[in-house]
Design a protein around this ligand. Structure first.
Ligand SMILES: Nc1ncnc2c1ncn2[C@@H]1O[C@H](COP(=O)(O)OP(=O)(O)OP(=O)(O)O)[C@@H](O)[C@H]1O
Length: 226
């Protein structure tokens, strides 16, 4: 298994009140799966994604990625993990506004130590894959929402991540652009064997997922392959 979580728990302390965002969930995800994390607002979807994506630490429970027990990693090792093995896509795209599309895409390659020329060439290939190489020199403010999200996906994919974590990537997109993103994700998981965990509250997205993990009040209410 690529991801193995046992008893994964997240409790937020809000003054005297404990908010149990995740109440000890068990799940495992294999290589190449395209998994939709669904459920009502506040059910714990983003929390689960952030824990599995090493963007936050659990209050209790264990998490293994491949052979690595995450609890044994230092902060530096977690950063390396995120940079080299994971990619992220968020609903607000999270692009750097001063950098054009191609520069945004090759940022993670520079962080990995690739030289700029090679990184730029690679980034243009990625923009071709997501279908917007013609907009390579545009700033985010000069791109539509759908185009910005495709730049963000190219950036997430440039380091060939083993796992892509996407938190409501279609939230700000119309249905045509949402389908473009979902088609792209499915292609990536089928052709490159990349594993994708995607948070979504849209029922119709299920037609693209291979599996659904449905959360309810911090627990797994349903876990099924489609
Ligand atoms: N930083 C935080 N501090 C306190 N409580 C939090 C924090 N983040 C989330 N929560 C609470 O934890 C619970 C789960 O939140 P989470 O964001 O994971 O849900 P979600 O299913 O992703 O919701 P949505 O669909 O609305 O984004 C909610 O009750 C939320 O209010």
């Amino acid at each position: 298994m690529l991801i193995e979580a046992q008893g994964l728990t997240k409790t937020y302390k809000m003054g005297a009140v404990d908010v149990n965002a995740l109440r000890g969930v068990d799940f495992s995800v294999g290589k190449g799966e395209f998994v939709g994390i669904t459920g009502f607002s506040g059910s714990g979807k983003s929390t689960l994604l952030h824990l599995a994506g090493l963007l936050d630490d659990p209050t209790a429970g264990s998490l293994k990625i491949g052979d690595t027990d995450i609890s044994g990693l230092s902060d530096h090792e977690k950063t390396e993990f995120r940079l080299r093995r994971f990619g992220y896509v968020f609903q607000d795209y999270a692009l750097v506004s001063e950098l054009n599309a191609v520069e945004n895409v090759y940022l993670p390659s520079l962080a990995r130590g690739e030289d700029r020329e090679a990184a730029e060439k690679h980034a243009i290939e990625m923009l071709e894959i997501v279908g917007i190489s013609g907009r390579a020199d545009h700033l985010p403010s000069e791109l539509s929402g759908g185009e910005q999200q495709r730049v963000a996906i190219a950036r997430a994919l440039i380091n060939s991540p083993e796992i892509m974590f996407a938190d409501e990537p279609c939230a700000n997109l119309d249905s045509v652009n949402s389908r473009n993103v979902l088609d792209l994700f499915r292609k990536v998981s089928e052709e490159s064997g990349q594993t994708i965990l995607m948070v979504s509250h849209e029922e119709w997205h299920a037609e693209y997922f291979e599996r659904i993990i449905r959360l309810h009040d911090g627990e797994i209410a349903e876990d099924k392959y489609l």
